[in-house]
Design a protein around this ligand. Sequence first.
Ligand code: MG
Length: 203
Amino acid sequence: MKIICVGRNYREHAKELNNPVPDSPMIFLKPDTAVLRENKDFYYPEFTRDLHYECELVVRISREGKFIQENFVNTYIDGVGLGIDFTARDLQSEAKKKGWPWTFAKMFNDSAPVSEFLSPEDFPDLQNVRFTCHINGEEKQKGHTADMIFSVSYLISYVSQFITLKKGDLIFTGTPEGVGPVHVNDRIEGFLEGKKMLDFHVR
Ligand code: MG
């Protein structure tokens, strides 16, 4: 399986990192070795001094598809959950300066903790979903998928023109504003429509 992520999909987040609002989706991948499940502890990597959380709505792909039309995307999703797109912001800034890809800033081991998945039937409109991220009990991010620049169905349709999607692939749909650093012993919690989905510690 692979993880497909979109950067800068919320205006306010693009602004907080001084990035322009994109006119087409800015896509990157994470390998399967990035997935961290079951709320296991995340170990702060030694190669960064500025690790950031980015809480995101995640959808799981149910079957193989390419050139998926936007109005059929819902038949390719079998799960909705939350994930953290961990980012080594210092390595990312260096890569941006050099014009290099974000490989080691975004794609390192365990950089994609994901929750369990709920049935898409519980989410009749994926552009009307609210989620929050709490660090040590304090609400840091408050997302509403209505604020996405590119909708979930557009993103999946767009990506599937270039990359065949397969059962079990995960789509990270971008983070709202409020990203920030995490530290050893921090507790990260993520809530999807008020239901706790993520609850793990940085060690
Ligand atoms: Mg992200």
